[in-house]
Structure formats: structure tokens, C-alpha cells
Ligand binder design. Structure first.
Ligand code: RNT
Ligand code: ZN
Length: 414
């Protein structure tokens, strides 16, 4: 018997069907964030600075500078990832914008190259308004700005992005998640915590009220909360409570970013709570070290537990898995590959959980058996199931993909 067949039997004895797990994993796309390739710089200006609290640290060589480089890097990454991928684009990555249309005037035409690229590869696209790194966001406020004209600019940008998303979705026949994250907040204690939140709610209402016409169903709106950012330590307008309430009330998707909570909070525990109230979940799989540092995702317990809860809660059909890390201190392709494969492994582990046994132990009030099951299950040969997934998708198994990245670095990136 080969290692996979042995693993299949071992899991079967735990009531787990590895073939079912592999089938579901093969049908679960991960949305690859374009911004890992260039430290969130975007294509708008040569200086390429994310600003507004998105801090990529490090100066490892090989940062992508344009569409040709970034798309080639993404192809390289895709050649090392088993299973379906999507492309997660930020509005600051417009490719076909010779007239330098500002963000409130962007259209699908400005993203033609990405659309063709995704179509060629059979990928879906996800989209993000870029409400940072722009003169109109210079004082740290966008949709909650006290100045009506500034708010209107960002409202127009977000509506433009929803339109572009619906058009991407219609062109690819694959709905697009449009995720709104804004940096708004203050460094020091604000006098008025309510006003900006009222303005943010009103701005969001205006954004979501825009009619996308016949293709509206190809756009899925999501909102992303945050705890704090560098320079925005005392007050974040779009806090978790704000967006949880807003998403529940308006029935839009809620984005939970793994780095956007107090370090001891469990994002895993939030999932079953919020999914009772919001229609869909967007995960930003990330890893905060002491703060929202967006380190490359490890196969650590918080990541495993988060995806475990998505799977065992039955939420996979209502969940969109996106990545949100950026490390400029190591090879960026390696960063993408490591973080993406780890995210897929966390999904697989959730799919391989002996849930019916665990629940049976819990229902018979046998907490010792439950803990024993949880812990003994950890040493089951799940790596052989992962290898099988890689082989079935014609991708390198663990321990064999890095030389390809090193060769790409020495011949191309440098
Ligand atoms: C920022 C948010 C947001 C960004 C991306 C680039 O804290 O996590 O998702 O990382 O939009
Ligand atoms: Zn995020």
C-alpha cells in the first residue's frame, strides 16, 4: 500500500472519508492577493507606497514593478499551488490607464489586462477599493471624513469598484467579492467617536444603494473591520462592532482578518457567532506577530482552528477564503507559496476532523474522550493526504518546490 492508501484506512477508522475531503478541497478556491508581490505598492506611482497603516517591512530584491512582472510572479506561484485559485486585486493595480483616470473614475477598461489574464487561466477575480495611498486620504480619513467632498470622492470610488467587480464577474461568469476596508481613525483620543461612525454608515448606505443593474448578482459586497493601525492607535472608525452591526443589518458579507483583533482573541470562535447573523464570510488569512503585522501564514493553531470552524460549522459554501499577508523581507514568491499552501492545509485539516466522533463524545458528556480524540487525531498521517492532493493536481509535494523558486529568483527576479 502506498502512504496515501494507509492514511485513507487510518482516517476511515476514525470515521473520516479522505476522498470526500480531497473532493471538497479541490473545489475550494483560495483568493491570491496581488499585493504580496510588490509590498502593497500598486501601479499608480513610481514611489509605490501603501501608506495608511499598511506597513510592509524589508527590502528583499525582486519586487514586482508592473503588470508583466507581477503577473509572471503570480504564474510562478500558481505553478506551485495545488488546487483552484482566484486573483484578489486592489483598485490601485489598474493596468490600462494611460490617461491616469483618478480612482473615482475607474472602469473595467482600466483592468483589461487582468481580466484577459484571469480568463485565460480560468480564475475568478476578487476586488478591493483602494482607500489609502492617495492625496484624498492624506489626513487618514476617507468614507468618514468630515468634509463632504472628500467623502463623495471615496463613495464614488467604491461605487466604481462595485461596478468593475460586477463586470469582472459577468465576464468570467463567476461572482466577485468586493471588500471595503478603510484606514479611518485617530492617533490620539478623539473627542467625537460617534460622528465619524455616523458618516461612515451613511457613506456605506450610499455605496450599497448604487444600482448595478442586470449584473448586480455578480458582485458580493463585504466590509472589513480593524482594531488599530500604526498611527491610528486610539480610535478606528470601522471597528468590529461597527461592521458586525452594519453587515447584519444590511445583510452584506463580513470580512474577518486574522490580524485585526486583540492578540489573545480567537477569530475561530467568532465564526459560528457571526454566521448566525451575516449572509457570507470573507476570511483574510494572515498572521499577526504582536500586532497586525501581516506575517506569512504558518500552519499554526489559530489558522488551523479558524478553518476548522469554517468546515465543521458547515460554513464553507458561505465562506470566501482570501489571503492578506505581505512580507518584503524574504523571497516574495516563497512567501506566497508558503502562506497559500498552509491555508490549504488548514482547510484540509478541517475536512479531516473526526467531527461525528467528537460531537458524540461531547453529547455523552465525556470531556476526557473528546480531548483524547482531538489530541490523538493530530498525529494521524494527514501529510500523506496532502501529498495526494498535490500529486492529483500535478504540483510539487512538500520539500520539493523551493528549488524552482530559487531558480526563478536567480534567473529572473535579480
Ligand atoms: C488592512 C486590511 C486590508 C489590507 C489590504 C491591502 O489592515 O487588512 O485588507 O491589508 O486591503
Ligand atoms: Zn485584511
Amino acid at each position: 500500500m502506498n502512504p496515501y492508501e494507509i492514511a485513507r484506512e487510518r482516517f476511515a477508522r476514525w470515521g473520516v472519508n479522505t476522498e470526500d475531503a480531497l473532493k471538497t478541497l479541490a473545489a475550494t478556491p483560495v483568493s491570491l492577493h496581488c499585493w504580496q508581490g510588490d509590498d502593497v505598492a500598486g501601479f499608480e506611482n513610481a514611489s509605490g507606497n501603501a501608506g495608511s497603516g499598511c506597513v510592509a517591512t524589508g527590502n528583499y530584491p525582486g519586487k514586482a514593478r508592473n503588470f508583466a512582472e507581477l503577473s509572471a510572479d503570480l504564474d510562478m506561484v500558481a505553478s506551485l499551488i495545488p488546487g483552484p485559485l482566484r486573483l484578489n486585486l486592489h483598485a490601485s493595480y489598474a493596468t490600462d490607464n494611460p490617461g491616469k483616470a483618478d480612482r473615482d473614475a475607474l472602469t473595467i477598461a482600466h483592468f483589461r489586462s487582468w481580466l484577459d489574464w484571469a480568463k485565460d487561466r480560468g480564475w475568478g477575480i476578487d476586488f478591493n477599493p483602494t482607500c489609502f495611498g492617495h492625496p484624498s486620504a492624506a489626513d487618514g480619513f476617507t468614507l468618514s471624513h468630515r468634509d463632504h467632498a472628500v467623502r463623495d470622492f471615496w463613495i464614488a470610488h467604491c461605487i466604481a469598484c462595485r461596478r468593475i467587480a460586477a463586470e469582472f464577474g459577468a465576464a468570467l461568469n463567476n461572482p466577485v467579492v468586493t471588500n471595503i476596508w478603510i484606514p479611518d481613525g485617530t492617533k490620539d483620543r478623539p473627542a467625537d467617536r460617534l460622528g465619524p461612525r455616523e458618516r461612515l454608515a451613511t457613506s456605506l448606505d450610499a455605496i450599497f444603494a448604487a444600482d448595478l443593474g442586470a449584473i448586480a448578482s455578480f458582485n458580493i459586497d463585504a466590509v472589513e473591520s480593524k482594531l488599530f493601525g500604526i498611527g491610528v492607535e486610539s480610535y478606528t472608525v470601522g471597528s468590529h462592532e461597527f461592521y458586525l452591526g452594519y453587515a447584519a443589518r444590511k445583510q452584506v458579507a463580513l470580512c474577518l482578518d486574522a490580524g485585526h483583533f486583540h492578540p489573545t482573541e480567537s477569530v475561530a470562535d467568532k465564526i459560528s457567532a457571526v454566521m448566525l447573523h451575516v449572509p457570507r464570510l470573507l476570511l483574510h488569512v494572515s498572521r499577526g506577530v504582536r500586532w497586525d503585522s501581516d506575517h506569512v501564514v504558518m500552519l499554526d493553531d489559530p489558522t488551523r482552528e479558524m478553518l476548522h470552524e469554517v468546515v465543521v460549522g458547515g460554513f464553507l459554501p458561505r465562506t470566501h477564503v482570501g489571503l492578506d499577508f505581505f512580507d518584503a523581507s524574504i523571497n516574495r514568491i516563497a512567501a506566497w507559496v508558503i502562506g497559500t499552501r498552509n491555508t490549504q492545509k488548514a482547510i484540509l485539516l478541517g475536512l479531516l476532523a473526526p467531527q461525528s466522533r467528537l460531537v458524540a463524545a461531547e453529547n455523552s458528556r465525556d470531556a476526557s474522550a473528546r480531548l483524547a480524540l482531538f489530541e490523538d487525531w493530530r498525529s494521524l498521517p494527514w501529510g500523506a493526504v496532502w501529498d495526494e492532493h498535490c500529486l492529483r493536481h500535478d504540483r510539487a509535494i512538500d520539500g520539493t518546490w523551493l528549488p524552482a523558486v530559487q531558480l526563478y529568483e536567480s534567473t529572473l527576479l535579480r
